[in-house]
Ligand binder design. Structure first.
Ligand code: ZN
Length: 280
C-alpha cells in the first residue's frame, strides 16, 4: 500500500520527466525542427509554400499527420516539396499525407533506384531526382540540396539554407555519438570525404535526423570530432591487427576511452570496431 502511494505521488514527476512524444522547435522566423520520438525533420515556411523533409512515420502513420498538423498551426500555405534525406525507411516512410497535400517528392537518384528495388508499401516514390545539386527558390527563401558523396548510404542529400546558415544532415553525422551498429549500408573511405565536403559548405548550425547529445544542434567542431573519432578508430583497429596473433582477439581489445562518454558507446562501439576491422 505504501509502495502504491509512493508510485502515485511520483507519477506526475515521472510524467514530467518524460519528453513529449513530439514537438516543433522554431529555429528562425521560417525554419523549424519537427521531432517525433527519436527522429527529427526540418521544415521551411515561406509565403508561397512549405518545404518539408522526411515524414518519419515508419509503423506510426500518426507521426506524419502530427507533422502536418504542426505545420498547419503555423501556416495555411501549400505543402510544395517533401525532400527525402536518404532511402532509409525509418526516415521516409509515411509520406502519403504530404503527397495528398500536393507535395512534390524529391530524392537523390540512387535513393529512387533503391526504393524501386525495395518497394516499401508505405513509402511514396520520388517525383524528381537530384544528382549533385539542386536549388529551390520559393517565396524569397533559397534552399540548396547537395550530394556530398557516399557515407551512411550512397544517397544522402544534405539541405543547406544559405541565408540562415543552417544545414540538415540526418544520419551520417551523429553528434558526440558513435556510429550506428556496424554502419550498415555505409562506405568507409568515402565517408571521410563526405565530412570534408560538409565542412567546406558555409553553415553555422547543423540539424541531424535524431536528437543526439540532448537534442542540441551541431557545429563544425562536432563534424571535426566525428572525423577524428573515425580516424582514431581506424588507427586503433590497425594497431591491434599488427599486435595480435589472432585478429579476432586483437579486435576485441580495441577501446577508445576518449569517447566513452559519447552516446551509444557501450552499445555500438564493438560493432564500429568490427566494421573497421573488415577494412572496407
Ligand atoms: Zn539511415
Amino acid at each position: 500500500m505504501k509502495k502504491l502511494l509512493f508510485v502515485l505521488l511520483l507519477a506526475p514527476i515521472l510524467a514530467a520527466a518524460q519528453p513529449a512524444p513530439y514537438e516543433t522547435r522554431k529555429l528562425t522566423d521560417n525554419v523549424y525542427i519537427f521531432r517525433y520520438g527519436f527522429h527529427q525533420s526540418l521544415f521551411v515556411v515561406t509565403s508561397e509554400g512549405v518545404i518539408a523533409t522526411d515524414p518519419i512515420a515508419f509503423l506510426r502513420p500518426q507521426a506524419a499527420t502530427a507533422y502536418l498538423a504542426e505545420i498547419r498551426k503555423i501556416t495555411q500555405a501549400p505543402i510544395r516539396y517533401l525532400v527525402y534525406s536518404h532511402h532509409h525507411y525509418d526516415h521516409i516512410a509515411g509520406g502519403k499525407p504530404f503527397k495528398d497535400a500536393g507535395a512534390r517528392v524529391i530524392a537523390h537518384r540512387n535513393a529512387k533506384a533503391k526504393l524501386e528495388q525495395l518497394r516499401y508499401p508505405d513509402v511514396v516514390m520520388p517525383d524528381e531526382v537530384v544528382d549533385d545539386y539542386r536549388a529551390i527558390e520559393l517565396g524569397g527563401v533559397r534552399v540548396e540540396l547537395y550530394y556530398v558523396g557516399r557515407n551512411h548510404s550512397d544517397n544522402s542529400l544534405v539541405m543547406l539554407l544559405p541565408k540562415e546558415r543552417i544545414l540538415f544532415t540526418v544520419d551520417f553525422i551523429p553528434i558526440q555519438t558513435v556510429q550506428f551498429r556496424n554502419m550498415p549500408d555505409g562506405f568507409i573511405p568515402d565517408w571521410f570525404d563526405s565530412l570534408d565536403r560538409v565542412l567546406s559548405l558555409d553553415w553555422e548550425q547543423m540539424v541531424p535526423g535524431h536528437p543526439y547529445a540532448g537534442g542540441r544542434l551541431g557545429t563544425k567542431q562536432d563534424v571535426r570530432e566525428l572525423k577524428q573519432y573515425m580516424l582514431d578508430l581506424s588507427e586503433e583497429v590497425r594497431n591491434a591487427a599488427y599486435r595480435g596473433k589472432c585478429f579476432d582477439d586483437a579486435i576485441k581489445e580495441v577501446k577508445l576511452p576518449k569517447y566513452e562518454k559519447w552516446g551509444s558507446y557501450a552499445q555500438f562501439f564493438p560493432m564500429n570496431v568490427q566494421r573497421f576491422s573488415t577494412g572496407n
